[in-house]
Design a binder for this molecule. Structure first.
Ligand code: GDP
Length: 392
């Protein structure tokens, strides 16, 4: 556990969260000293040695209307062009378009450490005129990965399971609205029990700092109002040093992360930075005063293990117990009562099963009584024999 925290601290430092002189100066997010460095080289410290050997597996899903800057952000985050051959559909194609699921896997290596990153894109989300059911394919995809894992887990080759479960979902919210759209609410409500949702405000450079603050507050309010459970970063231990606690606090306070992405490198004060060039200046992606990009990346890198653990312990466990309950119910086992959760025939099933159980209990009681009576009879006979032998 101590190792885990140590490496999280190290990852925060190297991912540009703070400058090296952070301890002496104010607790501000600054431009990383090592451009082109993502910071996951510290991940293996967080995980078991075996995972180090085979590399670290992580699946990130990105969901949001097309054009919100999802691919640009992913490319900026992992410094990899994930979609070199992407074709963007025109409006006419979008009318009929259904949501597609596009999973691309890249292996990124940093300081000899491998990260097998799968990014699941969902082109077509929110594009069709009627977007009502557009999150269903996404839901099935997440379930399918659970199903595959469940199947592999009960198979013979349990040691070499490839984990394709979705560990985190960046949900892109438009910067142009006044908060969440009905589709945003529907999507998050349908998926929050299945995946760790991290909401992000797309294209934050289109908003002033004041507007960003207002939009963030509004989104958080609506998330609470609708009972949506987004991913909660774990609390720091009380024995952590103050710097680390402050970093965690700043990360938590940044949700929903207001991000900017760019595939362009621009020269600013003699330094090449990733940014967006406007007539009035440059928006620097990795400048914490311009947007929350660095905070989002730091959150992802430092919480990769936690995101995986929550996926395993909460989301997958929910899936697994439901699956087992359904299987038992199908097999007609006595545990079916507790498993019966949905459907109209359930009440009947429940009553039937309760009756069956009651019958079973009575039969057991009868068997016990018979046994007791038999025992009593044998002791009586033995007693009589004893008396007889005395007389003899
Ligand atoms: P996707 O369809 O969600 O994957 O969006 P893209 O990444 O293809 O971006 C769509 C358009 O938005 C492109 O012209 C990008 O250059 C632009 N874009 C991407 N990120 C940002 C951003 O952070 N701010 C602004 N203003 N434009 C962006």
């Amino acid at each position: 556990m101590a190792d885990h925290r140590q490496s999280a601290r190290e990852a925060i430092r190297t991912s540009g969260f703070f400058s090296d002189d952070r301890i002496a100066s104010s607790k501000q997010f600054v431009n990383p000293e090592q451009p082109g460095y993502v910071g996951f080289a510290n991940l293996p410290n967080q995980v078991h040695r075996k995972s180090v050997k085979k590399g670290f597996e992580f699946t990130l899903m990105v969901v949001g209307e097309s054009g919100l800057g999802k691919s640009t952000l992913i490319n900026s985050l992992f410094l990899t062009d994930l979609y070199p051959e992407r074709e963007i559909p025109g409006a006419a194609e979008k009318i009929e378009q259904t949501v597609k699921i596009d999973a691309s896997t890249v292996e990124i290596e940093e300081r000899g450490v491998k990260l097998r990153l799968t990014v699941v894109d969902t082109p077509g989300y929110g594009d069709a005129i009627n977007s009502k059911d557009c999150f269903k394919p996404i839901l099935s995809y997440i379930d399918d990965q659970f199903e595959r894992y469940f199947h592999d887990e009960s198979g013979l080759n349990r040691r070499n399971i490839v984990d394709n479960r979705v560990h985190c979902c960046f949900y892109f919210i438009s910067p142009y609205g006044h908060g969440l759209k009905p589709l945003d609410v529907e999507f998050m409500k349908a998926l929050h029990h299945k995946v760790n949702i991290v909401p992000v405000i797309a294209k934050a450079d289109t908003l002033t700092p004041k507007e960003v603050r207002a939009l963030k507050a509004r989104i958080l309010e609506e998330i609470a109002q609708h009972g949506i459970k987004i991913y909660q970063m774990p609390d720091c231990d009380s024995d952590e040093d103050e710097d680390f606690k402050e970093q965690c606090r700043l990360l938590k306070a940044a949700v929903p992360f207001a991000v900017v992405g760019s595939n362009q490198m621009i020269e600013v004060k003699g330094k090449k930075v990733r940014g967006r060039l406007y007539p009035w200046g440059v928006v620097e992606v990795e400048n914490p005063e311009h947007c929350d990009f660095i905070k989002l990346r730091t959150m992802l890198i430092t919480h990769m293990q936690d995101l995986q653990e929550v996926t395993q312990d909460v989301h997958y466990e929910n899936y697994r117990s439901e699956k087992l309950a359904i299987n038992k119910r199908r097999a007609g086992g006595p545990a079916a009562v507790s498993a019966a959760k949905e459907g109209q025939g359930e009440e009947k099933d429940k009553i039937l099963l309760e009756k069956e159980q009651e019958l079973q209990r009575m039969q057991e009681m009868l068997a016990r009584l018979q046994q007791q009576m038999q025992q009593q009879q044998t002791t009586q006979v033995a007693g009589a024999n004893n008396v007889q032998s005395h007389h003899v």
